[in-house]
Design a protein around this ligand. Sequence first.
Ligand code: ASP
Ligand code: MG
Length: 472
Amino acid sequence: MTLVMKFGGTSVGSADAIRSTAELILNSKQEWGNVVVVASGMGSKPIKVTDLLLDGAYAAANDDEETYKAYAKQMRRIHYTAIDGLLSPDRERQAILADNERFIGRYEALCQAVFVLGELTPRALDAIAGMGEQMSVRILAAYLRELGHDAEAVDATEIVVTDSHFQAAAPLFDQTTEKTQAHLLPILERGGIPIVTGFIGADEHGVTTTLGRGGSDYSGAILGQALQADEVWIWTDVDGVMTADPRIAPNARSIPTLTYREVSELAFYGAKVLHPKTMRPVVEHNIPLRIKNTFNPDHPGTVIVSHSETPNGFLKAVTAIKDHSLITVEGKGMMGVPGIAARTFGAVARSGVSVLLISQASSEQSICFATPADSAETVISGLQIEFAVEIAQRDIDRVWAISPVSIVTAVSAGIRGTPGIAGKLFTAVGDNGVNIIAIAQGSSECGISIVVDGDDTAKAVAAVHELIVAHL
Ligand code: ASP
Ligand code: MG
């Protein structure tokens, strides 16, 4: 059995964190046989090595020669402290220190070049950003070897082939599969543990690319697909996906099973679960994707699968996205006139603003939609220009916004075909004194969204959450 496990920055953020991570890896290895590890660059809140790398480079491009030097010092401290705490001087300590120093030295040289040229290309940014991962995997692998296990640090530049879209590269799956298998299977066959850098890859010319910020989750999924793993685990600091944000609903619980669509809906409406592209490669290949808690490793967490029955046919989770505006285009002359909706959203698109929710009453006298609050003004002026003639003729009475509003979304694939869920939700929200400004349900029937006044967000989420808990 093959398990791919991804560890984030905090899991490799210090000598202590690396010790617990190593224990989790070794326990899983005993249970699964083949374990492939993907790791992020070191990061213990609030300092992430990836941020230091990038911020220092940006500063250098802005004529600042001090910041990257200070950050290089800080990175030396972070990495060398971990190395000293984990590796003994008579074994690999010197070699790994030298390895890490090579990257930090290269970082300084690149930033110096950026400073002199005053230019920072996306390509240079990717070469710089991935060094955090390249350092952390070397430390983790050496520590596992120190514990007497066969572990090998692998740069994903050797196995993950991407296009040349620097900073948001897309993997080329055929080539990636071939290289990953060629490189990692021999390590697994000899009983070793590959420790692979998350976040990075290389294009067809071998130039380093990155998958975008937070992309290590995606790296885990890509390797899971390439190796046809039995499961992919993403380790975080919570027991999987929760029924609600525990800061709003203290009795929030972990959800045992979610489908791909449910997670997408949750993520779309603001729940920070996974890097958004992570699910596709695995779920499409029927590889379960599990989110687990490093601080509570015995908890099963949440498993994401392609299809599953909703055991109670009820809602599973509620989330909210804040700081939006509800913009309404309203007028008696809109009725029966084709093209108003197309022109409305055409104008919004030209403003470069994305729309999160749309609702139109069947009287066709108004269309409303939600956009981020800080772009409301731009959107409204765009619409006033688009409909200047109709506004002058009073076919459209006004274009206006309610701000700030929140979109509260309750999610479950069980909504499909179960009557009465929406009714219960509206009642629960209404009974708690929250006014619903607008409603939308996509035809995927995977989520119901309501728009409420910004001040009512917590109350609305809590009300829906009580309803979910009552049905568990
Ligand atoms: N280290 C990268 C970042 O901070 C990738 C990741 O951690 O997922 O964005
Ligand atoms: Mg992350």
